[in-house]
Write a new protein. Structure first.
Length: 305
């Protein structure tokens, strides 16, 4: 009876003797984390809103209405259904700016993660595979970067490059790069001594083939989890730089920039600060919950039978 119950709950044998596909096994472990599923749903909603912002947003994010300055949300006295979440200090619709701001935040996260992963994985592969002086030189540079607070280092880099969204993304990607370098290096050092790598080397596989086709695919699971967490960190860092005036510049509807523009109205109009802050909180929390689910689904040590 015990053996039957085990088979009924094990995705590797459930539904008969046919083994499940990789996708169905992944979803089995991912869906057991309810927080991860909730995070995925929230993230998909935000993604949908960002992609179809011109059709979802009730107003243009840049149109100003001087007759409706600091209008409160619809549920407060003086609110209007024409501006559900109210307006800012120059009469722009907050809901529309939040919707368009989702585009910028997700775009920033995607660009930063792409740059960090590509450069970090390449450097980590070289360091972990060749070892020796190359490894020592690369890791000392990474240690120096990690010795600085990430936001402070990003601020310095943006100050050197100049304020702007593009420079902010470059600075954040450079700050996040050492995490991928160290993670890739550790995974490569573990895999390079295993039998399948030694066998491929004996069979005549070249260095590039061993690095990119033999070793790298077996190091992707922790990198995917780290990329998810770096995605949320990039959104936070970009919002912080925008708040400090070093990231996206007004009138760009980026959430951090919206917070910076609303600082002086915190006591008079709470909604101009609260809603952009909630947008950042909810998005980052949803992505982090997804990261936990990916860790459960991709890490063999955490898989429960």
């Amino acid at each position: 009876m015990t053996a039957i119950d085990t088979k009924a709950t094990d995705p590797k044998v459930a539904g008969g003797t046919t083994p499940p596909s990789g996708l169905s096994e992944f979803w089995f472990y991912f869906s057991r984390n309810k927080g991860a599923v909730i995070g995925l749903v929230i993230f998909l909603i935000i993604l949908f809103v960002a992609v179809f912002a011109p059709f979802v947003a009730p107003h243009s994010p840049s149109i100003q209405n001087r007759e409706m300055l600091l209008m409160p949300p619809v549920w407060q006295q003086g609110g209007s259904w024409g501006h559900i979440l109210g307006t800012d200090a120059v009469g722009r619709d907050i809901l529309s700016r939040l919707i368009y701001g989702a585009r910028f935040s997700l775009f920033i996260g995607l660009v930063v993660v792409t740059l960090s992963v590509v450069s970090g994985v390449l450097i980590g592969l070289v360091a972990g595979y060749f070892r020796g002086r190359i490894d020592t030189f690369i890791m000392r540079i990474m240690d120096i970067i990690l010795a600085f607070p990430s936001l402070l280092l990003a601020l310095v880099l943006v100050a050197v490059l100049g304020p702007g969204l593009l420079n902010a993304m470059i600075a954040i990607s450079l700050v996040n790069q050492p995490h991928f370098v160290r993670l890739t290096r550790a995974a490569v050092m573990t895999e390079r001594t295993k039998d399948y790598v030694v066998g491929s080397k004996v069979a005549g596989a070249g260095t590039l083939r061993l690095m990119f086709l033999t070793i790298l695919p077996n190091c992707l699971a922790p990198l995917i989890v780290q990329a998810t967490l770096a995605f949320s960190a990039a959104i936070l860092d970009a919002a912080a730089l925008g708040f400090l005036g070093m990231g996206a510049q007004p009138p760009t509807p980026e959430w951090g920039t919206m917070l910076a523009e609303a600082r002086e109205f915190i006591q008079r109009a709470w909604w101009v600060v609260t809603f952009p802050g909630l947008a950042i909180l909810i998005t980052v929390l949803a992505i982090n919950l997804m990261g936990d689910g990916l860790r459960d689904a991709l890490d063999p040590k955490l898989k429960r039978s």
